[in-house]
Each structure stands twice: as structure tokens, then as C-alpha cells.
Design a protein around this ligand. Structure first.
Ligand code: TRP
Length: 373
């Protein structure tokens, strides 16, 4: 049924209507004016051109501040519940573009506490995953001098006073309304959102002056940052700006890649053989037979293989359009398309895995407050 979808920080299901979601959340579109303005700072990232990062809060304000010489800090994060997959890398790649384009400091939060509270995982497990996930983040090439990684349970001493301030301004009734909690929710989960607010305010606390912060992230994280933004003015901090992306699709044709379907998920540590197998089984917009597809053509709109090109693996717009065109005309078949994509993913992963190894040497120098992993 259209409109029958759910997007929360804990659950994404159904056929997501992203325009409707934007209206429900009350965020604003990244319109042509904003795209034109953004292209004044450097080449527009394909994720902006293609409407993958498509909606925002206070983006104009943060650019105004930047133009006045008040440089922002970028903040994003990850709940370390399992191995990193392509869906996690997508917004991080955009964050890297932001850092390169605007020359900003960056905070990356690993919420090992969150995943301990919300999932059936021990703190030891989420702590270990935080390190593993951090390697993938560092492998993308963030500026090691300008980028700090926070791990909640390690940095809690610095974070706790700020989390408390947010907690005091946030009622149980708000938490229930925003996150759907009830009386059976453990009380750690109710407090947790305050920890996710902290990195939005830390730059101001650390610098001793009002530092604007922008948070590029998946639209599913907006509920947390509504709480953050509500608290901010009462606590004397600027409200963080947000720029949101759509969810990265699964290979099974679903709207979100998820570790709950291993075969439809490509992990950063997958072997070339595993990638070939997974892409080989992907959901496509192909027809039941070769003859029919040659005659009637395929449907790139619903095809996971096409979506992977669109989201991550074909940066060249004219090549992407050509691919869609050929598919619709039946000039290219699914087997060939899958082979091309497999190759692109494997080239990317081979380089990534190499950089991931090298990241082990620098990840120790990139910890917030110098904690030891
Ligand atoms: N809650 C996020 C998750 O489950 C992790 C996170 C913390 C985050 N801070 C963030 C994500 C800031 C995006 C931006 O993955």
C-alpha cells in the first residue's frame, strides 16, 4: 500500500515515500537554488545532483555562517552492531566530500552504548565492532589531523555533563512521542538519545565559542536530532544543521540494505567471490526470458543493480543515462549488467581493503581526547 512504510532510528520497513517522509518530519527540500549555491564551493557531489542527499534543516544558515568566516564542524556517527556494509559507507563518502570541500573539523561518534542497550550484544562486542567500523571510516581518507573518533563508553567523562544538560531538558513524554517508547523500554534506551546530542555541542564547549555544526546522515536519524535541536537554545548552543540522505537499497530490491539479509548485503570485508555470488542473485528489472527482454526491455527503476550504479558506482551521469536507456530498449541484459557491477564493486573493495589495513596504523592517533582502543 502506498504510504505504508516506517522510518525510525531502529526500524526501516516498507516502500519509503521520501517526499512524504520529508513532509512528515518537517524538513526542507534541497532545491535548485541550494544546489546552485553549493556548487559555488566545489564540484557538486553526485549524491546531491541525484537527489540522494535530498533534504535538510538550516543548511542555508550554516552556509551563511561559513561565508562570514565562521567555519562549521561536521558530525556523523555509527552504531557499531556489526560489520560495515556499503549502506554505511555511502553517507560517510559524502561526509568526506564535505570535509574536503569546506576544509572542516570532523567528529565521528561510535555509539557502542546504543547498540548494547538496543540489541542483544555485550559491551565487549559493541566495543570491538566500534574499532572494526572505525577502520572503514578511516580508510575513506578523512584528514587525520582534523578528524576525531568518539567512542561513547571511552569518552563518557567529557560527554556526561553535556548529556545531563540535554536530559534535564527532555521529558519522558517527549521521548515516548519521538521514539515510540513504552513502559517496557529499558531506562538506558530512554537516556541514550542525550548521548547522540553531545557531539553536536562538544565543538562549542571545546572551543569556548559558538561553533556551528552540520550533521550529514540518513533521514532515519532525524528523530534524535529533533530532540537535540529543541534543547539547544535553552542550553546556549547553536542548533545543529542537518543534511539527510535516502537509505541505501538492498540487493534484494528492498529500500534499505540490512544485515538481517546477509545475501543481499555487501560487507567491506567481502571477498571478490562473495561479491560475485551476491550480485549474481540480485533483484533486477529484467523479464522472464531473454527473448522477452530483448523485445520489451527491462525496468531500471526497480532494479537493484541499476540502483547500485546510481547510488555509488557510476559517477558519470551520461554513462548512467546510457545504461538506463540500453536497459529499457533491451540492448543490455541482466547478466552483463551484473558482471559490470561486480567488477566495479570489486575494484572498489580491493582498494578499500588495502586502505583499511593501513588505517590500523593511524586509527590510534584519531581518538577524541586520546583514548586507547
Ligand atoms: N544512531 C546511529 C546508528 O544507529 C549512530 C549515530 C550516532 C549517528 N550519532 C550519529 C548517525 C550522527 C548519524 C549521525 O547508526
Amino acid at each position: 500500500m502506498p504510504g505504508d512504510f516506517k522510518v525510525t532510528p531502529w526500524e526501516v520497513t516498507g516502500d519509503i515515500d521520501y517526499d512524504l517522509l520529508m513532509k512528515q518530519f518537517g524538513t526542507l527540500p534541497i532545491d535548485q537554488d541550494l544546489l546552485d549555491r553549493l556548487s559555488g564551493y566545489g564540484d557538486l557531489h553526485p549524491m546531491l545532483r541525484r537527489g540522494i542527499f535530498y533534504t535538510h534543516r538550516d543548511l542555508k544558515w550554516i552556509l551563511d555562517e561559513y561565508d562570514k568566516g565562521n567555519r562549521f564542524t561536521i558530525y556523523t556517527g555509527r552504531g557499531p552492531s556489526g560489520n560495515t556494509h556499503l549502506g554505511h559507507l555511502m553517507p560517510w563518502i559524502f561526509n568526506k566530500w564535505m570535509q574536503d570541500t569546506f576544509g572542516c573539523d570532523m567528529l565521528f561518534q561510535m555509539t557502542d552504548d546504543e547498540k548494547f542497550l538496543f540489541k542483544d550484544l555485550s559491551l565487549e562486542e559493541t566495543g570491538k565492532m566500534a574499532y572494526e567500523n572505525a577502520l572503514d571510516f578511516v580508510a575513506l581518507g578523512f584528514d587525520p589531523k582534523r578528524t576525531k573518533i568518539i567512542v561513547d563508553t571511552k569518552n563518557v567523562g567529557r560527554m556526561y555533563p553535556i548529556a545531563l544538560e540535554v536530559a534535564k531538558r527532555t521529558t519522558f513524554s517527549t521521548a515516548k512521542a519521538v521514539f515510540g517508547f513504552d513502559n517496557s523500554t529499558n531506562i538506558g534506551s530512554i537516556f541514550y538519545t542525550t548521548m547522540q546530542s553531545v557531539p553536536a555541542f562538544l565543538p562549542t564547549v571545546d572551543a569556548g565559542r559558538q561553533v556551528p555544526v552540520i550533521i550529514p546522515c540518513g533521514i532515519d536519524q532525524d528523530p534524535h536530532f529533533r530532540v537535540t535541536r529543541d534543547a539547544a537554545p535553552h542550553l546556549g548552543y547553536p542548533k545543529p544543521s542537518l543534511i539527510f540522505c535516502k537509505m541505501f537499497p538492498g540487493l534484494n530490491g528492498g529500500d534499505k540494505m540490512s544485515s538481517s539479509d546477509e545475501n543481499a548485503t555487501i560487507y567491506t570485508t567481502d571477498s571478490a567471490k562473495a561479491v560475485k555470488k551476491k550480485v549474481g542473485r540480485a533483484f533486477t528489472g529484467g523479464r522472464v526470458s531473454v527473448e522477452e527482454q530483448r523485445q520489451l526491455g527491462g525496468n531500471p527503476e526497480v532494479c537493484a543493480v541499476f540502483k547500485y550504479n546510481f547510488y555509488l558506482f557510476e559517477h558519470d551521469d551520461s554513462k548512467l543515462n546510457e545504461l538506463a536507456d540500453k536497459c529499457r530498449k533491451g540492448e543490455i541484459l541482466c547478466g552483463e549488467c551484473k558482471m559490470c557491477l561486480t567488477q566495479k564493486i570489486n575494484v572498489f573493495l580491493e582498494e578499500h581493503q588495502d586502505r583499511r589495513e593501513k588505517a590500523k596504523d593511524i586509527v590510534g592517533d584519531m581518538t577524541y581526547d586520546g583514548f586507547e582502543w
